[in-house]
Design a protein around this ligand. Structure first.
Ligand SMILES: [Zn+2]
Length: 276
């Protein structure tokens, strides 16, 4: 409220006051910051929206929130961010400190990823491609970067020439509102080129295991469960194939016996799988 809130221009979605400055506009009318904060879509997409599009999007986002709240993880993997995975329904999301409604993706949404160091593309992977496992010593791409780094520093004294860059991994996905999603942005630095390259190699090994996991999930989507659910919606997949149900039950029983999930969680999963 107050100086920066425009009471005269109520948000067309919820009726709250809208910001006087820098408000997101839909059909030329400003919307409130609360509604604006719920939007998660590709850059530039919002500009073309009508009120109807925005309402559909907000409904989609609240469905997503339900998915997050009712998420049944089978495992959690931590790289730069915590990745929460539901292997049964083939869903995953990344935890975020700033966001209580992170997008939930299906394994089958994954179409690729892109690794960038500063302005240089280190690797681009697309679904269906094989990936060459990362080897710090003989990685051609890193050798290329090393060469670029030495070219950049060719006229400088190599010693005490501190270098700094960001290592970014972006997931390419096929969902109605998001086609790219930043998974991590890690700063790499060194007092000189050698130290810098060491740091790059160190961070690359973390990034690599994340990327290999994404490929594995994408392959899993091709192999099985939920392939029939080609819809762009975000419903949790319901399994109709009996063999698959049995296989899943076995998997969960093993997880329970291994202590990964509790007996209660197993019972809940069993009921869900059997539809009781
Ligand atoms: Zn609003």
């Amino acid at each position: 409220m107050g100086l920066f809130t425009n009471k005269d221009k109520a948000c067309p979605i919820c009726g709250k006051g809208t910001p006087r400055l820098f408000a997101t506009k839909i059909e030329g009318a400003p919307i409130c910051s609360e509604c604006n904060n719920k939007i998660l879509a590709d850059q530039g997409m919002v500009d073309k929206w009508t009120f109807e599009n925005l309402k559909e999007h907000l409904a989609y986002r609240s469905e997503n929130k339900k998915l997050v709240e009712n998420f049944t993880p089978t495992r959690t993997v931590t790289h730069e961010r915590e990745m929460v995975i539901d292997d049964v329904n083939q869903l995953f999301y990344f935890k975020s400190w700033i966001e209580d409604n992170p997008p939930v993706f299906k394994f089958s949404d994954i179409t690729g990823f892109n690794i960038q160091l500063g302005c240089d593309t280190v690797e681009t992977w697309c679904k269906g491609m094989e990936r060459t496992p990362y080897q710090p010593a003989s990685n051609g791409i890193l050798a290329g970067i090393s060469m670029l780094a030495s070219l950049a520093g060719a006229n400088k004294d190599d010693k005490d020439e501190s270098m700094y860059d960001n290592l970014n991994v972006r997931l390419q996905i096929d969902t109605p509102y998001l086609h790219e999603y930043e998974l991590c942005s890690i700063s790499v630095s060194g007092q000189n080129q050698t130290a810098y390259m060491d740091d790059v190699a160190r961070q690359m090994s973390k990034v690599n295991s994340l990327c290999n996991l994404l490929i594995a999930l994408s392959k899993e989507a091709d192999n099985g469960i939920g392939t029939a659910s080609g819809s762009a919606g975000v419903q949790t997949g319901t399994t109709t194939d009996t063999n698959q149900v049995v296989a899943d039950l076995k998997k969960f029983k093993e997880l329970m016996e291994a202590g990964v999930i509790s007996a209660e969680e197993f019972e809940a999963k069993k009921k869900q799988l059997l539809g009781i």
